[in-house]
Design a protein around this ligand. Structure first.
Ligand SMILES: C[S@@+](CC[C@H](N)C(=O)[O-])C[C@H]1O[C@@H](n2cnc3c(N)ncnc32)[C@H](O)[C@@H]1O
Length: 403
């Protein structure tokens, strides 16, 4: 069975491997790797992972893996593949190249040589060449180069999997859906009754709340979009299975066992988030409210707060701390100290998960974290801090010594 590679954000690898095992209901043949997970699987597995994975960026199908020293070697690697199995000359392709310590001076040239190898092989066997379409290719390919080896994959997803198909209104700094899902997975929140309610009081475009509500309702993340594999030759034999897989996924949807609450101080953002939730099919599962996080009262006795709060100068805290200074890390300092006081006074019994690039966030909050999980927000290294809120849990400023 081919070793499918599912890339993911840094820090998510082990969570993704767990998710793949759950999705495929198979404990074997799945392993976490650097930057993703490897799954030994077939076409049906690739389809199922595209439909159900919340954490993977794509599902890549390996075609070739070989040592290389220069662009000619890349040409030969591409030319050795029988492309008739994957593409007709009337179809289009695109190649995306990534590299880690590759000795080649130009990745564009490397990409071009792989395309030449593919086109020459197909012209030799069929007399015609396919063309390139960078926007809507029938066959998207991914080339990954290390210092010594090249791996060529078919990208069975096409558009990256964080594009679930429901987002229109973005707001200013939305999280990727895959990262919001990773925060929930890292917290172990699965929308079961025992997980309790979830609240994002700084919800922006609503990404965390919408992911959470879809999880709580058993809605597969890929049900609203299309995938590149749907047009690919080797997957045509599985069209009936694909329809069944989607029907089964629809049949598994259910009413949520726990409520999800969200809101933002900006009416515009709450409105964006509400419209996104509508399109994601979870409007009824989320209670939205335009409110200041510094004043919002808990909607339940216990639950999980989950947020990526305003950070730096891109978005100002618009609540009561808005005119206060920023500390060295760019955090609106007064906002966080007021947030901590509010939580301490009213949210005892809740757990808070806060994603931030500011390693000193616990000091700003005057709370001691019980867990910090490294997660990457694109190129930005972040921590998901967990705080167990108990009355009087804010520590004295003098005790703020960790880094
Ligand atoms: C980094 S964004 C959150 C992005 C969100 N997770 C998403 O995916 O779109 C922070 C949000 O906090 C909101 N905000 C700022 N101050 C606030 C306050 N005092 N109460 C509630 N929300 C606030 C901003 O309007 C902004 O939408």
């Amino acid at each position: 069975m081919p070793a499918l590679f599912l890339p993911c954000a840094g820090g998510v690898e082990a969570l993704l491997a767990d998710e793949c095992q759950r999705v495929l209901a198979r404990p074997h043949g799945v392993e976490a790797a650097r930057g993703g997970a490897i799954v030994h699987g077939d076409a049906l597995d690739a389809m199922r992972l595209n439909l159900h994975s919340r954490l993977a960026q794509r599902v890549l199908w390996p075609l070739a893996h070989a040592g290389y020293r220069n662009e000619h070697d890349l040409y030969d690697i591409a030319r050795r593949i029988d492309w008739r199995e994957w593409i007709t000359p009337q179809q289009t392709l695109r190649i995306d190249t990534t590299a880690q310590r590759s000795p080649l001076p130009s990745l564009n040239f490397a990409t071009l040589r792989v395309k030449d190898g593919l086109c020459d092989q197909l012209r030799d066997t069929t007399g015609e060449r396919p063309s390139v379409d960078t926007r809507r290719p029938d066959l998207p390919l991914a080339l990954h180069l290390t210092a010594t080896h090249a791996t060529l994959y078919v990208d069975t997803s096409g558009e990256a999997l964080f594009k679930r198909g429901w987002r229109e209104a973005k707001g200013e700094a939305p999280l990727k859906e895959t990262l919001a899902a990773a925060m929930l997975a890292a917290a172990g929140w699965q929308g079961r009754a025992e997980d309790g309610p979830l609240l994002d009081p700084c919800c922006g475009a609503g990404t965390i709340a919408i992911e959470a509500a879809q999880i709580a309702c058993g809605i597969a993340p890929g049900l609203q979009r299309q995938f590149a594999f749907e047009k690919m030759l080797p997957f045509r034999a599985h069209q009936a299975a694909w329809r069944r897989m989607k029907d089964e996924a629809r049949a598994q949807q259910h009413a949520p066992a726990v409520p999800v609450f969200a809101g933002d101080v900006s009416f515009r953002m709450t409105d964006f988030a509400t419209r996104n939730a509508e399109r994601a099919g979870v409007r009824q599962a989320i209670e939205f409210k335009t409110a200041d996080a510094l004043q919002r009262m808990p909607p339940a006795e216990r639950g999980t707060l989950m947020l990526n709060p305003p950070y730096g100068e891109r978005i100002d805290a618009k609540g009561r701390g808005s005119r206060e200074s920023f500390d060295e890390g760019g955090t609106p300092a007064a906002f966080f100290s007021q947030l901590a006081s509010h939580w301490k006074r009213h949210y005892a019994g809740w757990r808070a998960y806060v994603l931030s690039p500011d390693m000193k966030l616990p000091q700003a909050l005057r709370l001691k974290e019980s867990q910090r999980t490294p997660l990457w927000n694109g190129p930005i290294e972040c921590r998901l801090f967990r705080f167990d809120l108990v009355a009087g849990s804010a520590r004295e400023p003098k005790a703020a010594t960790d880094s």
